[in-house]
Design a protein around this ligand. Structure first.
Ligand SMILES: [Fe+2]
Length: 149
């Protein structure tokens, strides 16, 4: 199967309503070669977890085809530092294992550990966020279920 056809199938299967046909190629399979950290100890999270696990904020219910905002903040209990030598380099928004969008911060100190995405859906979906720290690796949020009415 050609890659473009495969990607179209995934986009349709995920319930994603794309803004234009040109964006079909922007959905890329995630690079899952690197380890991804999750919140392991909910009862007693470590300082690393508090500062690195991203939290994804989105409405639980949206209207089919209407744009809505998804905010991602890093970390979920303590804001991650933004210093010249330690910062969040990358924040991704995902549907299942598929990367929908990402933002990159090339330098520290000048970029907040947040991102805002505007998306729309035509079916229920599960969203996740990933954040990459330049020192402490990649961290994934809890999944967030979005219901489309
Ligand atoms: Fe860090």
């Amino acid at each position: 199967m050609e890659r473009r056809t495969f990607i179209k199938g995934i986009a349709a299967g995920s319930g994603l309503l794309l803004a234009s046909t040109a964006t079909f190629t922007s959905i890329a399979r995630a690079d899952d070669d690197e380890p991804v950290h999750h919140l392991e100890n909910r009862a007693n999270p470590s300082t690393l977890e508090k500062k690195h696990v991203p939290v994804l904020e989105a409405p639980s219910t949206v209207k089919k085809g209407e744009w809505f905002t998804v905010n991602v903040k890093v970390g979920y209990l303590i804001e991650h530092p933004s210093k010249e030598n330690h910062w969040i380099e990358n924040i991704e928004l995902r549907i299942d294992q598929w990367k929908l969008a990402e933002t990159e911060y090339e330098v520290g100190a000048l970029s907040a550990p947040w991102a805002e995405f505007k998306i729309r859906l035509n079916h229920d979906a599960v969203l996740k966020a990933r954040a990459e720290c330049n020192i402490h690796g990649t961290w994934e949020s809890d999944p967030v279920q979005i219901k489309v009415t």
